[in-house]
Design a protein around this ligand. Structure first.
Ligand SMILES: NC(=O)c1ccc[n+]([C@@H]2O[C@H](COP(=O)([O-])OP(=O)(O)OC[C@H]3O[C@@H](n4cnc5c(N)ncnc54)[C@H](OP(=O)(O)O)[C@@H]3O)[C@@H](O)[C@H]2O)c1
Length: 343
C-alpha cells in the first residue's frame, strides 16, 4: 500500500504516481509527485518496472458499478487514490518480518486485495501478494500476468473443474483474460475453441486454440456444437443461450461481460445448477500467492506466453484506460514505468 510518512531527504522520499481524487473519466487521473512508501513489518517495497491495466482499474476510476462503492471503495469519492493491480519490479527493501524476499529480487504480483498502487514508481505491499518473477520473462511480460492469468486459472480449474480431453470454449478469447484462458486450458489437456472477431482469429489460433469461431460470422450458441466447459471472459449472450451450448453435464463460468450477463449468472445460475445437471455461475477471482506460483510454473515451462497488445508510459495511463474501456484490447496492455532496467 502507498502511504504518507515524513522523511529527511526530500529527493529520496518522493516518487511519481498516477492519482485520482474524484470518481470520473480518465481525465481526472493526474501524474503527481507523492511520498514514496515505507514498508511496514510484513511488507516489501517494490521498485516498479512495469504494470498492466485491468478492467478493475477503470471500474475503480469511475466508481462503477455503484455496488462497489458500498463495498468499501468510497461512497462519494475514492477511498484510495491509487490504481494499478498488476505489477512487476525489483525489491528495494523489506520489512522486519519478511523472510521470503530480499532486496534485488525480481518479483511480480496482484495488488487488488491490498490497496492497488502499481501505477507508480514504488509500491509497498504485503509479501504474500508477490512471487518471484519468472526468469525468462521481461518485467513487462510478467506485469501482464497476475490478475488476468489467475482469473483464467481459477475460472477453468476451480469453478470449471477442467479435465483433460474436455471440449472447452472460451468466449472473449482474444482479451486479457481470454488469451491466458486459451493457453491454460490447453495446458490442462483440453480441446479448446476460442471465440473472437475476425482480426483476432489468427492470433487466437497461434496461442493454441484448436478451433476458432469468428463471432461476426457465426454464433456458437446456435451452431449445434456442445461444450463441456464454457468460460465467458467477454461477449454477451443470454444465459439460456450458454445453457443450450453446454453438454448435458457441462459447466458455464462467467468471469466478465455485460451487467445483464453478470446478474443472470449470479441470480439464475444457482437456480439452473440446483434444478438440472448443468452447472452455471460466475467467478469472483481471489488473488493468492499459490495460484501466482502455479501460473509462474506454466510460464517457465513455456506453456503460457503473455500476449502484449500495446505498451505505454506512466504518464499515458489515462490513454491506457480509454483504450481498455473500448473493450477490444488484444491481450494485455502494459505500462513501462522504469525503462532502464527492463531485462
Ligand atoms: N471475475 C473476476 O474476478 C474478473 C477478473 C478480471 C477480469 N474480469 C472481467 O473479465 C472481463 C474480461 O476481462 P479482460 O481483461 O479479458 O478484458 P479485455 O482484455 O478488455 O477484453 C477485450 C477482448 O474482448 C473481446 N470481445 C469484445 N466483445 C466481444 C464479443 N462480443 N464476443 C467475444 N469477444 C469479445 C475483444 O475481442 P474483439 O476485439 O475480437 O472483439 C477483446 O479482445 C471484463 O469484463 C473484466 O471486468 C473479471
Amino acid at each position: 500500500m502507498i502511504q504518507t510518512k515524513t522523511h529527511t531527504n526530500e529527493k529520496e522520499t518522493k516518487m511519481r504516481a498516477i492519482v485520482y481524487h474524484t470518481y470520473g473519466s480518465p481525465d481526472v487521473l493526474k501524474l503527481e509527485e507523492v511520498q514514496k512508501p515505507v514498508p511496514q513489518d510484513d511488507e516489501v517495497l517494490v521498485k516498479v518496472h512495469a504494470a498492466s491495466a485491468n478492467a478493475a482499474d477503470w471500474h475503480l476510476l469511475r466508481g462503477k458499478p455503484f455496488l462497489m462503492r458500498l463495498m468499501g471503495f468510497g461512497l462519494l469519492k475514492p477511498k484510495h487514490k491509487f490504481l494499478g493491480a498488476a505489477v512487476a519490479g525489483r525489491v528495494e527493501a523489506v520489512g522486519r518480518t519478511v523472510t521470503q524476499f530480499q532486496p534485488g529480487d525480481e518479483v511480480f504480483g496482484d495488488l487488488s486485495a491490498c490497496g492497488f498502487g502499481a501505477f507508480a514508481e514504488y509500491v509497498s505491499v504485503p509479501a504474500n501478494a508477490l512471487a518471484l518473477k519468472p526468469t525468462r520473462l521481461t518485467f513487462e511480460e510478467a506485469a501482464a500476468v497476475p490478475v488476468a492469468a489467475v482469473t483464467a486459472l481459477q475460472g477453468l480449474r476451480d469453478k470449471g473443474q477442467i479435465q483433460p480431453g474436455q471440449k472447452v470454449l472460451i468466449n472473449g478469447a482474444s482479451g486479457g483474460v481470454g488469451t491466458f484462458a486459451v493457453q491454460i486450458a490447453k495446458a490442462f489437456g483440453a480441446d479448446v475453441t476460442g471465440v473472437c472477431s475476425t482480426r483476432n482469429v489468427d492470433m487466437v489460433r497461434s496461442i493454441g486454440a484448436d478451433q476458432v469461431i469468428d463471432y461476426t460470422k457465426e454464433d456458437f450458441t446456435q451452431n449445434g456444437q456442445r461444450y463441456d466447459l464454457i468460460l465467458a471472459a467477454n461477449g454477451y449472450h443470454p444465459i439460456s443461450a450458454y445453457k443450450r451450448a453446454l453438454s448435458p453435464k457441462g459447466t458455464y463460468v462467467m468471469t466478465g461481460g455485460s451487467m445483464a450477463q453478470l446478474f443472470q449468472a449470479m441470480l439464475l445460475g444457482p437456480w439452473i445448477s440446483m434444478t438440472g445437471s448443468k452447472k452455471m455461475g460466475s467467478l469472483m477471482a481471489k488473488p493468492n500467492q499459490k495460484d501466482l506460483v502455479f501460473v509462474k510454473e506454466l510460464l517457465e515451462a513455456g506453456k503460457v506466453v503473455p500476449v502484449i497488445d500495446r505498451r505505454y508510459t506512466l504518464s499515458e495511463v489515462p490513454e491506457v484506460i480509454r483504450y481498455l474501456e473500448e473493450g477490444h484490447a488484444r491481450g494485455k496492455v502494459v505500462i513501462t514505468v522504469n525503462q532502464n532496467n527492463n531485462t
